[in-house]
Design a binder for this molecule. Structure first.
Ligand code: ZN
Ligand code: ZN
Length: 327
């Protein structure tokens, strides 16, 4: 019955493996090219076949969601995170430090673009030949921020920009694992969350949507019963918008083992994305400390493969390239 909320969309670009024109508004490093460096032309993400790692002979070799102490809640300095990544078998990482816009947030104003840029350059020099290091960002999105996000991003340059919704309907979704308010209406929260994400997908400010669906990730037991026709209608509308706009989605595995959280996007969303024509898919552990660097990677790879993907996506100066899982 709730399917009446579905809105038919024209699917411009649906089915295209890679964005024909991924240009971004708002000064984000533009994916101005066409299909770039497909399969094999990417960075040094080579897997030596049969090489044993802590996770077996095969794993995703790139990690596109990491925080260091350039984020207010990061617990590992960038060199420590790089060292941990190498130790876990990653050949390419993308730091995605937090950029917050909520003035009530104690972390507001923490992000220092100049210091972060210098840190990236130092790390690239220190780990040259051992680890490809991408300069990324994770900005917090709410419609209430208006045009401020685009204005702040405009003078900055990144390889990869992740947009994430962390709050909706007045709830801090990241706090839900610590305790769900008695008055919480999960359906209402989901509706507001999806409305925020849809606006984010249309904003032109990010290359990828972080952890879709974040509510599911944080409280999977509460959301699972909500996964009915209405729910999938909301999700697929967002996925279609992403595909049409050349916006990737992310597989985020933060705290899957440490706190028993869900994966986002999870296997079911990945399958629907693939079926709808989605091909741009990033993967990251969202680690905030070295010991978390590879939490959930095996589960991510399993879900990605089961959904039919044979590669994940990396970004250099906004341009996507495929990183084959079996390279
Ligand atoms: Zn996030
Ligand atoms: Zn993050």
């Amino acid at each position: 019955m709730a399917t009446r909320f579905c809105v038919a969309m024209s699917l411009r670009g649906e089915g295209a493996a890679w964005p024909r024109n991924g240009a971004r508004r708002g000064g984000v490093a533009a994916a101005t090219g066409h299909a770039t460096r497909l399969f094999g032309g990417g960075p040094k993400s080579k897997t030596r076949r049969g090489e044993a790692t802590a996770f077996g002979v095969s794993m995703i070799r790139v990690n596109y969601h990491l925080h260091s102490t350039y984020s207010a809640d990061g617990k590992g300095a960038m060199p420590e995170m790089c060292q941990a990544a190498i130790g876990a078998g990653f050949t390419e990482v993308c730091f995605t430090e937090h950029l917050d816009f909520d003035r009530q947030d104690k972390d507001y104003g923490f992000f220092d673009y100049a210091a972060y840029s210098a840190g990236i350059e130092e790390a690239r020099a220190a780990y040259a030949g051992r680890l490809t290091i991408r300069k990324g960002l994770e900005f917090d999105f709410r419609r209430a921020y208006g045009t401020e996000v685009g204005e702040v991003l405009a003078p900055m340059e990144f390889d990869f920009v992740l947009g994430s919704v962390h709050s909706a309907a007045g709830y801090a979704i990241y706090r839900l694992p610590d305790g769900v308010p008695a008055e919480l209406d999960v359906r209402e929260l989901l509706a507001e969350y999806f409305a925020e994400v849809e606006a984010l997908a249309a904003s032109g400010w990010c290359h990828a949507i972080g952890h879709l669906d974040y509510v599911y990730k944080q409280v999977p037991a509460l959301v699972t019963p909500q996964r009915d026709a209405w729910y999938w209608c909301q999700v697929e509308r967002i996925l279609r918008r992403c595909i049409a706009g050349g916006v990737a989605i992310e597989v985020n595995t933060r705290h899957m083992h440490l706190r028993g959280l869900g994966m986002a996007a999870d296997g079911e969303i990945l399958k629907r994305y693939r079926t709808l024509g989605g091909r741009l898919l990033t993967a990251g552990t969202d680690a905030h400390r070295p010991s978390d660097i590879a939490d959930g990677v095996a589960e991510a790879e399993k879900a990605i493969r089961e959904a039919g993907f044979t590669a994940v996506t990396g970004y250099e100066r906004g341009r996507p390239y495929a990183v084959p899982l079996d390279a």
